[in-house]
Each structure stands twice: as C-alpha cells, then as structure tokens.
Write a protein that binds this ligand. Structure first.
Ligand SMILES: [Zn+2]
Length: 90
C-alpha cells in the first residue's frame, strides 16, 4: 500500500536546491513555512516536469498538493487534482 509520503520524486536530489527560508526579500514578506498561509509564498523554483515547486519560504509543493516543509514534516495532499480553479457561482 502506498501512503501520502510515497512521492516518486527523489527528495534527496532536491535538498541541495532548497534555500534558507530566511532569504525571503519580498515585500511584504512571504508567509513562513509554519504559517497556515504557507502556500501563498512566491515560487522560488518550479519543476513541473518533476512534479514539484519550491516556494520562497522553503516549502516544497508537489503537484498532488502534498507538501514537504523545511523542517522535514510532510503535509498530505489536501486538494483533488484538477480543481485548482474552483468556479464560484455568481
Ligand atoms: Zn519571499
């Protein structure tokens, strides 16, 4: 059985590319990785062909909406694919 943490991406290959979260120089500053708003941080790197993006705050965001926090915590995918743009009824 596979779990939420069984991403195909080899995280160890990504590690060296992760930046120190304190390097954020945006104004206003991006939400920290501890913030509930962490996904609102700006993209620092995007590798859609590999299925992940790196946010400015050091959070790795996977295409299935799973996340890997800078402190090693894993956030399970929480949004179904394909419903990123939810149509709001006028
Ligand atoms: Zn930033």
């Amino acid at each position: 059985m596979s779990t939420a943490s069984s991403h195909r991406t080899d995280v160890t290959a990504i590690e060296p590319q992760r930046k120190n979260p304190s390097m954020c120089q945006h104004q206003p500053p991006c939400p920290t990785a501890d913030s509930a708003d962490r996904e609102a941080a700006l993209l620092a790197a995007s590798h859609p062909e590999q299925g992940w993006s790196l946010l400015c705050n050091g959070v790795l965001l996977f295409e299935d909406t799973g996340e890997l926090l800078p402190d090693g915590r894993i956030i399970a995918p929480h949004r179904p694919l394909g419903t990123d743009r939810v149509m709001t009824a006028a």
